[in-house]
Design a binder for this molecule. Structure first.
Ligand SMILES: O=C(O)C1=C[C@@H](OP(=O)(O)O)[C@@H](O)[C@H](O)C1
Ligand SMILES: C=C(OP(=O)(O)O)C(=O)O
Length: 430
């Protein structure tokens, strides 16, 4: 599916979809438990991949009509899957499930789509091997397909912190149900750190203790997952909120209201401060969980995405619509996502007349030297690239066609419906 967007003036109210990160963890944690009810869960291609896996490990995920997930767990010990685990496009699923598979008394095979089979898994495989399991990449290049054999009983392990925080999340979640627990020591500085905070928050809600240590993180073994009252409710997703927020900041004189924006451990809440610093008119009522945003004359800023890699595409589009340079720093790990998002945004915005300077760990968008012009751009099978380019189309001269737009299903299935309801002028075509 392609989507063609023409310049639009937005107004109205949008609701944030539930958090993808919390939903993955809540589903798997319910699997580690003897079950749980997960309310307000995100039901997207990525979270369905995690739900399928819980089924393959011997649990069951049943989605009721109101969207609530009724989950039967596998009670701490995953069974050996009767089939290959297909993680689709989801890095979170592959990392979290690789560590879970290392608890099973037998062999699991994990794969995913072409994008996921090009992402780095090596450090996690080595960590599992160091903990006494067997974990291999079939091609010997640290990428999926993966073959993992357990069970591991826990121990102490070192891992780099600058490739993916998901390795740490994976080891902490699995470590709680090992005999000895797992201590993870960081070999390099941790990037994407707030995602580990999300994990600690989620674990606490499921009654599991894990902590930050001087060298990294640690979780004691022999714990049981048990959410308070058997239930967990997922908060709104600030990576997803970044799109209506940026859309309001560039294309809404009357203002847009976003609901479901309650505070949580998500680092991507930084997007509120970023659009504010750039000059949009923004007001976040944390108690009500609403953000009101209206366009201002935006100025470029310098912003580090060390903690917030998923915001890079949104910030790049904001920079394209702003005056002056937007300098996005500490971005090297953003190259290890569904696509190399630093290059993808530089190249696709380039097709729209935007000047950028790309370095290994930064992207500078030269707003003043750019006039956003409509163009045909490629979504590159990456939900965040598609959504960020669609926003650029709201303020570009002429028509912008985003190719392969159906991939928004990975994290934000209702994205184009939301834009439509806010008054965006868009057309779908095959
Ligand atoms: O743990 C998570 O839920 C995530 C962690 C981040 O990845 P890295 O830790 O690999 O940077 C983020 O980019 C991803 O979208 C979700
Ligand atoms: C990188 C992302 O997710 P994952 O790592 O789970 O594929 C994302 O949602 O932007």
């Amino acid at each position: 599916m392609n989507v063609t967007i023409t310049p639009s003036s937005l107004r109205g109210t949008a609701r944030a979809p539930p958090s993808k990160s919390y939903t993955h963890r809540a589903i798997l944690a319910a699997g580690y438990a003897d079950g749980a009810t997960v309310r307000d869960a995100l039901w997207s291609a990525d979270t369905r991949a995690t739900a399928r896996t819980v089924g393959l490990f011997g649990g069951d995920v049943d989605r009721r009509e109101d969207g609530t997930l009724e989950i039967e767990g596998f009670d701490g010990r995953p069974g050996v899957p009767a089939d290959v685990i297909d993680c689709g496009n989801s890095g979170t699923t592959m990392r979290l499930v690789t560590a879970a598979a290392a608890l099973a008394d037998g062999t699991s095979v994990l794969t995913g789509d072409e994008s996921l089979r090009s992402r780095p898994q090596g450090p996690l495989l080595e960590a599992i091997a160091d903990l006494g399991g067997e974990a291999e990449s079939t091609r010997g290049n640290g990428q999926a397909p993966l073959v993992v054999t357990g069970p591991i009983s826990g121990g102490e392990v070192s891992i780099p912190g600058d490739v993916s925080s998901q390795y740490i999340t994976a080891l902490l979640m699995a470590g709680a149900v090992t005999e000895e627990g797992i201590e993870v020591n960081l070999e390099t500085e941790l990037k994407s750190a707030p995602y580990v905070d999300i994990t600690l928050e989620l674990l606490e809600a499921y009654g599991v203790d894990a902590e930050q240590t001087e060298q990294g993180f640690a979780v004691e073994g022999g714990q049981s997952y048990r959410p308070v009252d058997g239930e967990y409710a997922v908060p709104g997703d600030f990576s997803s909120i970044s799109y209506p927020l940026a859309a309001g900041a560039i294309a809404s004189d009357e203002g847009v209201r976003i609901e479901g924006a309650n505070p949580s451990a998500q680092g991507d809440t930084a997007i509120v401060e970023i659009v504010d610093r750039m000059g949009a008119d923004v007001d976040w009522d944390r108690n009500a969980g609403t953000i009101d945003v209206a366009a201002g004359s935006l100025e470029g800023i310098e912003v580090s995405v060390e903690d917030t890699p998923d915001l890079l595409p949104t910030i790049a589009t904001l920079g394209a619509a702003a005056d002056g340079d937007t300098h996005i720093t500490n971005a090297e790990h953003v190259r290890y996502k569904e696509t190399d998002r630093v290059s993808a945004m530089a190249e696709e915005l380039g097709k729209m007349g935007v000047e950028t300077t790309e370095e290994q760990d930064s992207l500078t968008v030269h707003g003043s030297e750019s006039t956003l012009e409509g163009a045909t751009v490629e979504g590159r099978g990456d939900h965040r690239i598609i959504m960020a380019l669609a926003l650029a189309g709201l303020v570009a001269d002429g028509e912008t066609t985003v190719q392969g737009a159906d991939h928004v299903d990975v994290s934000f299935p209702g994205f184009f419906d939301m834009l439509d309801e806010l008054g965006a002028d868009l057309e779908h075509s095959e």
